[in-house]
Design a protein around this ligand. Structure first.
Ligand code: BGC
Length: 907
């Protein structure tokens, strides 16, 4: 029996803790059954100060999220700690010695100052400012009641000149080290995205640092352990900084503009064996050059790399920088940076090319067999000066030619390499990323598939879940879901790695439950919630995208139900996942403000003569909300799914249900935190919303005034009608699904619940037909079409072979993953942090077996069931210090404690 997975703030040996009361967690791994922790103790020490915290022997089963409660932690210091555990079986266990390090607690510890190159010529006025002015004028006119033709941001930007693309800037300095150093830490952030090398070696294997935050309000710095990189004598350090999210063109392809000049803030702290220290900072002694090989780099457009510009390695002390210029040091305006201790972006898979195709039109196309987010690594043996371009796309067109659907501004996903002097060169762009399965290569000759590798990148959140079953198509679906999750968690949760790369909040509302099965997202989501709080408007609105995309000018005012709800859904999911109330209290104020904003939104009535009608004040029937976004039957003139039309069509029904759901969630959180008055107030509010919904929108036969599958699903999910009417609505929903040939007609907000609702109201046969349907629109239709990620639109590839202009890597509709784990496999959290586990699959499921695992904060849960017509056999393992029950087919509940189990039951 051992203590395993000891973490501090969910990380093994973190070196960048920015908090004074970090939380400890551990697991007990036992071979025997029914092991429970009876007591624990944590001892934290520091080499200089001795014992900092001895918790003493504390009785109880707590093993997650235990906050440090000792002497104040020092800034930039290292601590060792050890956990002891006592069990009911008489064991006393001790963990290995673990460690954590703190970041700079006080801004004054930054002796470094920002350094910048001289600015390159930019446009006289940033187009973003012009676009903002134009949009504000229109909105003000609308507010005055003047009818005005509303121009969309896209059209406004189109008429404005393009911001120039700048080469990546390089910065360097040299320094001496009198002796070998025993401890070296690098603290660094930038405006733009950076890579740092010391003495020819990269300081980390992470990408796209410092990540995406609303830089004028929040900027993160990273800390690296560079113990092994510093040598006695002369050393050099060099940075390359490209536009990234700071200056690059994201989302609509324009002006996500936090500034026009890149910058670097860096501090290197060296500690020697004799205790002496040396600090190297960004200061006036650094030099810069724009003359490096990265000629332009943009997250959307791609990178142009001119290998003819390589003239040695600036991170080597011997590099001749006589042509470089001194940096400027007069930059001051940036928020105080905060340390990042959440996972960073890394390459998680290298995929060799699957084949090289010659397309019908003669193009050379590399197929990696898997859609992903990342970049290419290519081996090149071409003469000096040869120019080769690599264009990245997610699909081929129906004839098999290269197809890239996003033709708007700056969306090319095109990298260019110009060959240098070496016989053999390797191109691997680091300052961009693309969504792709296919790459069209233009230029070069004699390509072999061995020349190409795709590097798939993602924020390094640990994988926690696995699911497999007897239907291979569902296994492919699970794979597609996981790939879309990986591709869309890159510094922030994004909608897609191609068109927008934006932190759309609603997508997490839809997909969050599934995400939390597949990977440990706790730190990543808690961090993003912080950005959400920072960016909440004064009037309580939470915007559609966080970080805010400034070029979405029209969205800078109001949030949408379903999207802003993330402030309620995500903290509650995280709380249930591992039981720490802090995630609720940290977000409580923001939840309250959002709730009030939505109460105000509902209070508005469509016309003054309705103001005396009470119900009208509890319905969402004014303003704009995204409704049940992207319903397949709501199509545009070309016959493809039309998101905005779905929104306008379903807004009143879908969003009024979501308003009631918000009130319930806020009441639940209020109750959990002990604010019972608020809980009662919002329960009552929810009742009023429901009464208005039922009186205004539901007929006596239980039909909705607006008959879409999603409206019924959301009305049932959130109990918008009186209990006696629910079966009528459920029957009507079932009829609609049957009439639609067991095919989905659901958008973002209702899709996560369709299968649950059908099962819950006695239509499980319909639910299985929907899940296993492979005609369009359905999950398995995508699989039949060869999809390797989840599509944004159900009909991204139509049965007639036409391709839609949409993303082919959008995790939202992968939300069915939650149902696969929870109801197909039957693995459910019945407590907090899976301290109580419920095994309860839907026994009507037509599969013959399912197996899976979930690494909870309390340890690894494994489960398999296999059945024939008569019997079902369960087997698996439940972690120590938790307990599980199985709900058997006859309705009885069997206690299985913890440890290995095998159980047989009659069906
Ligand atoms: C994004 C979605 C997002 C939506 C808002 C789209 O362009 O890709 O995923 O939630 O806009 O409705």
């Amino acid at each position: 029996m051992v203590i395993k997975n000891v973490t501090c703030e969910f990380v093994h040996h973190p070196i960048a803790l920015d908090c004074r009361h970090p939380r400890f967690s551990w697991e007990i791994s036992a071979d025997e059954n029914n092991v429970y922790q009876t007591a624990w103790q944590i001892i934290v020490r520091n080499a200089d100060f001795g014992i900092m915290w001895d918790s003493g022997k504390q009785s109880g089963a707590d093993s997650t999220g235990i906050a440090y409660n000792g002497h104040p932690l020092q800034s930039a210091a290292k601590y060792d700690y050890r956990v002891c555990v006592w069990t009911n079986t008489g064991y006393q266990l001790q963990s290995d010695i673990c460690s954590f390090e703190t970041a700079f607690f006080d801004p004054s510890e930054w002796c470094a100052g920002w350094i910048e190159p001289d600015p390159l010529p930019q446009l006289p006025e940033n187009p973003l400012l012009t676009a903002q002015k134009e949009c504000y004028k229109t909105l003000e006119a609308l507010e005055r009641g003047e009818s005005t033709e509303m121009k969309l941001e896209g059209e406004i930007f189109e008429a404005l000149p393009l911001e120039p693309y700048d080469p990546a800037v390089q910065m360097r300095t040299t320094f001496s080290s009198s002796q070998k150093c025993s401890h070296a830490r690098l603290y660094v952030t930038s405006h733009g995205i950076y890579e740092i090398k010391i003495n020819g070696k990269p300081v980390s294997d992470t990408w796209l640092d410092p990540g995406f935050t609303t830089y004028d309000k929040r900027l993160k710095y990273q800390i690296y352990n560079v113990d092994g990189l510093i040598v006695p004598g002369q050393n050099a350090i060099a940075a390359t900084i490209a536009d990234g999210w700071y200056k690059g063109k994201i989302a609509i392809g324009r002006g996500c503009d936090y500034g026009e000049v890149p910058g670097l803030l860096l501090q290197l702290e060296l500690t020697y064996a004799d205790g002496s220290r040396k600090t190297i900072c960004t200061d006036k002694d650094w030099k810069y050059s724009y003359d490096g090989p990265v000629r332009t780099a943009d997250l959307f457009l791609g990178e142009i790399y001119d290998a003819r510009k390589i003239n040695g390695d600036p991170s080597l002390p011997s590099y001749d920088d006589s042509s470089w210029l001194p940096v400027r040091t007069d930059k001051t305006s940036a928020p105080v940076p905060e340390a990042q201790f959440t996972p960073q972006v890394r390459v998680f898979r290298e995929i060799p090319a699957y084949s090289i195709l010659t397309a019908p039109n003669g193009d050379t196309i590399i197929d990696f067999g898997q859609n992903l987010a990342g970049v290419l690594r290519v081996q090149i043996t071409e003469p000096y000066g040869t120019e080769i371009t690599f264009e990245h796309g997610e699909n081929l067109d129906k004839d098999g030619n290269y197809f890239y659907c996003f033709s708007g501004t700056n969306k090319e996903q095109k990298d260019t390499y110009i060959c240098g002097e070496q016989d053999h060169e390797v191109f691997e762009p680091h300052f961009t990323y693309h969504g792709f399965r296919y790459v069209r290569v233009i230029g070069g000759t004699g390509w072999k598939k061995e020349d190409f590798t795709a590097l798939a990148i993602s924020t390094d959140n640990n994988v926690t879940g696995s699911f497999r079953c007897s239907d291979e198509r569902l296994n492919q679906l699970q794979s597609n879901i996981c790939w879309s999750q990986r591709s869309n968690n890159i510094s922030i949760p994004t909608d897609c790695p191609t068109r927008e790369k934006a932190g759309w909040t609603g997508d997490v509302v839809v997909y969050g439950a599934t995400a939390l099965y597949n990977q440990d997202m706790t730190a990543f989501y808690e961090d993003w919630l912080k950005s959400i709080r920072i960016e909440q408007r004064d009037n309580g609105h939470i915007l559609g995208t966080v970080p805010q995309i400034k070029s979405y000018v029209q969205q800078a005012y109001a949030g949408s139900l379903g999207w802003g709800d993330v402030i309620l859904t995500l903290p509650l999911q995280l709380f249930h996942l591992w039981g720490d109330r802090n995630v609720l209290s940290d977000n409580y104020e923001a939840m309250g403000k959002w709730m009030e904003a939505m109460v105000t939104a509902a209070d508005e009535v469509p016309s003054p003569d309705l103001s005396g009608d009470e119900n009208q004040h509890y319905l969402i029937n004014t303003g704009f909300h995204f409704g049940d976004w992207i319903i397949p039957s709501v199509v545009n003139e070309e016959g493809f799914t039309d998101g905005p039309a779905s929104a306008f069509l379903t807004m009143n029904y879908a969003d009024t249900s979501l308003l009631a759901a918000d009130a319930d969630m806020y009441a639940e959180v209020s109750e959990l935190l002990g604010y019972s008055e608020n809980a009662e107030k919002y329960r009552e509010y929810g009742r009023k919303v429901r009464r208005a919904f039922e009186e205004e929108y539901v007929s006596s036969e239980g039909h909705l005034g607006q008959e879409m599958q999603g409206n019924y699903i959301l009305a049932l999910k959130h109990h918008m009608v009186s209990p006696e009417k629910e079966p009528l609505l459920a029957k009507r929903l079932n009829d609609l699904v049957v009439q639609n040939g067991f095919r989905l007609d659901t958008g973002f907000m209702s899709t996560p619940h369709i299968l649950d609702i059908l099962c819950q109201y006695g239509y499980s046969e319909t639910a299985w037909k929907v899940l296993l349907q492979d005609e369009c629109p359905s999950w398995l239709y995508e699989i039949r079409q060869g999809a390797t990620t989840i599509w944004e639109n159900w009909d991204a590839v139509r049965p007639d072979g036409e391709r839609a202009d949409c993303s082919y890597n959008h995790y939202a509709f992968g939300c069915v993953g939650d149902f696969l784990y929870r109801r197909v496999l039957g693995l459910q959290n019945a407590g907090t942090g899976y301290d109580k586990i419920l095994i309860s699959p839907e026994y009507s499921c037509p599969l013959s077996w399912a197996e899976g695992s979930f690494h909870s904060i309390n340890g690894m849960i494994r489960l398999k069931w296999a059945k024939d017509e008569k019997d079902i056999v369960f087997s698996g393992q439940i972690p120590a210090n938790t307990c599980a029950v199985i709900e058997l087919p006859d309705g009885t509940v069997k206690d299985i404690g913890n440890g290995k189990f095998e159980i047989w039951a009659k069906l």
